[in-house]
Design a protein around this ligand. Structure first.
Ligand code: SAM
Ligand code: SF4
Length: 332
């Protein structure tokens, strides 16, 4: 693709990664994401249809978006979700089609997702102990999620499978040993993600962040690890166990921000374009879409919004404002 067609922001970063939230609804209520009582769900007619999502993704792909991740809310609660995957896997230019899920419905959907063309899957698991999993997600679902993970692993077409754990202080410390064994014994790359101020309860304080570096030291005290060279625009610092049995990663957006080579933008379930997880403003793409705008007009709106992409997040700066949307309504 010619450079002129590619999507750049005003800081010279090429944008090649789009995360699409397909629903704001979820069957879990993770402490760090949603309030126990849930949220006011977006009305169904406001949610982009599969055809609308596919049209927008096609426009993005024509601007050089190569990596497409489907997320939510919980994507698998969206009716006929594998049909959307099949539609998106046909879009020219999309090189990497991936999914982030809590795994609750994965046993039901794994085969359909694979035949629809999903290439990589991240499954969120914050604890490997049933009672503590319940405590954090407010659902007694660990055995079912592990069954889903197993069902997915029986499909060699999907890989790598990553297991993401949000790390919170006074909780995740006790999980480190188990996650190390999990990463070493199975074919999953475990990644700890620092807790960000995007929770529904607004309980985030800097002290609740368990820094990736602290976790890395805990892991290294159990098993020797060495760093794997970082890929451009990768969010995780990845380490391999020196005896060759598996990898473990650390995504440290709070203590080691990776904004300088950020290549992502996000589309919410109701069609708002967000240029940063922490954006306060967003750009509506649904209205022009539903009002009959031509592709080149939508292309222009996207380019202008992306040009204004934030240089960096300001979580660690005085006066930081938590965005009104929670992670579940943004699409993590
Ligand atoms: N429901 C799916 C899931 O949980 O995997 C997909 C959506 S969820 C919002 C996407 C990712 O964001 C999950 O890995 C989740 O753990 C993570 N997440 C949610 N709230 C977070 C927060 N406040 N800080 C860091 N990560 C968070
Ligand atoms: Fe649902 Fe995922 Fe948020 Fe948990 S992290 S409440 S599974 S959207």
């Amino acid at each position: 693709m010619s450079v002129e067609r590619q999507l750049f922001d005003g800081h010279g970063r090429r944008i090649s990664d789009l995360r699409v939230s397909v629903t704001d609804r979820c069957n879990f209520r993770c402490q760090y994401c949603m309030p126990a009582e849930g949220l006011d769900w977006i009305d169904r007619e406001e949610i982009l249809t599969f055809e609308e999502i596919t049209r927008l993704v096609t426009i993005f792909a024509a601007m050089g978006i190569e990596d497409l991740r489907l997320t939510g809310g919980e994507p698998l609660v969206r009716k006929a979700f594998p049909d959307l995957v099949a539609m998106l896997s046909e879009v020219d230019g999309v090189r990497d089609l991936s999914l982030t899920t809590n795994g609750y419905l994965l046993e039901r959907d794994a085969a359909a997702l694979v035949s629809a063309g999903i290439q990589r899957v991240n499954v969120s698991i914050d604890s490997l102990q049933r009672d503590r999993f319940f405590q954090i997600t407010r659902r007694d679902a660990l055995p079912r999620v592990l069954d889903g993970l197993k069902a997915l692993s029986s499909h060699p077409e999907v890989g790598p499978i990553k297991v993401n754990a949000v790390a919170t202080r006074d909780f995740t410390e006790q999980e480190v040993g188990r996650f190390c064994e999990f990463a070493r014994s199975a074919d999953y790359q475990v990644r700890f993600i620092e807790f960000m101020p995007l929770d529904g309860d607004r309980s985030w304080v800097p002290e609740s962040v368990l820094a990736g570096e602290e976790l890395r030291r805990m892991v290294a005290a159990i098993h020797p690890i060495e760093e794997v060279p970082r890929q451009p625009s990768a969010t995780a610092r990845v380490f391999r166990f020196t005896d060759g049995s598996g990898e473990i990663g650390f995504v440290n957006p709070v203590t080691e921000p990776f904004c300088s080579d950020c290549n992502r933008v996000r589309l919410t379930a109701e069609g708002k374009l967000r240029t940063c997880l922490f954006s306060i403003g967003e750009t509506d793409l649904r209205e022009p879409l539903r009002n009959g705008a031509a592709d080149h007009e939508i292309d222009e709106i996207i380019r202008e919004a992306v040009w204004r992409k934030e240089l960096k997040h300001r979580v660690n700066e005085p006066g930081f404002r938590q965005p009104p949307r929670t992670m579940s309504a943004i699409g993590g």
